[in-house]
Design a protein around this ligand. Sequence first.
Ligand SMILES: Cc1ncc(COP(=O)(O)O)c(C=O)c1O
Length: 379
Amino acid sequence: MIYLDNAATTQIDPRVIEEMALVQREVFGNPSSSHRLGLQATERLEDSRVRFAKLLGCNVTEVIFTSGGTEADNLAVVGGALASRRKKVLISAVEHPAVVAAAEILATREGRSVHRIPVTREGLVDEMAFRALLDDQVALVSIMHANNEIGTLQPIARLASIVRKAAPGALFHTDAVQSFPLDPLPLSLGKIDMASFAAHKLHGPRGVGAMYLRKGVRVLPVLPGGGQERGIRAGTENVAGIAGFVLAAELMAQQREAIQEKLRGFQDMVWSRLSEALPSLTINGVSTNRISKLLSINVPGLKAQNLLHFLEDVGVFVSAGSACHSTSAKVSSVLKAINAPQDAGTLRLSFSRMTTLEEVEQATTIVIETIQRLRGAGA
Ligand SMILES: Cc1ncc(COP(=O)(O)O)c(C=O)c1O
């Protein structure tokens, strides 16, 4: 089996499993209990928060743990907009469905006006169009750091500065689920108000995540209840999952440069071999400003779902465009937004630090042979 679908999820690191098992077994108190076992759980939780804040380069009080990227996105978009009286919400045209659906709720249930910020063919925010949407009625802007389907990295510090100048008082949120921790966020500039993270994209457990909430920024809770996470996100904390998340993030951050170099090598090697063997293939996203783990490739004349299943039959697991949210074969809104060729199937190959060179070489040969075979068969 060769797993090249790491943008969908990653294999959990065995050290993370051990850490989580240890915490589950030995730190089983509820952090809200006032006895010794509760205190022990609180200490473990707060240790995770301190370590996560250190990784982000922020204050401990700015970390809110959640059940994953989707919840962090919903809390930022819905909670942020509801804390403002302003009517306008801007999201980029390539956001993850978690942001899109949260913004739709604001439109349909709260009467807010939601606008999509257009992007270029490379998936970068069209800055002219963006500036034209900004005014003193904007409550919140949400632009993802790295796109999960095509890998484009937005110049997030510049976009956040534009918001500060052209729409003072608006909140700026970025979904950093696919970029963290390999491409750090410029939080120290003080221009990003909220950011979302998920553990399962970095060899941590599924169902755990976090939101960065800049000091002084107010959001309304979307999960009210027992007052955990400073009243911003209620629910008994997933102490073991959070411990696993933070360890996984640390393990990756420690080797940031080496991992980036390895994955960039994979990207270059795969693309040079594919484009040489099959010159009709094109690549989505930008060539320079992109995350290292992902390649999105258009294969003219073939259906991505067919290709994906043929590859699966020979043990290569990839994704058709994006796998995080749907099994439907309809054209992704991201590919539509960048005007990707309509007569092509889009294949997403994504790597991780656990992927080996041998696997990538083998998979590339198999992808080339499969495309040639399907084309020959007229599929
Ligand atoms: C960019 C992006 N945001 C949000 C999410 C949702 O995160 P989660 O699966 O932890 O809910 C994903 C992936 O699933 C993603 O790729």
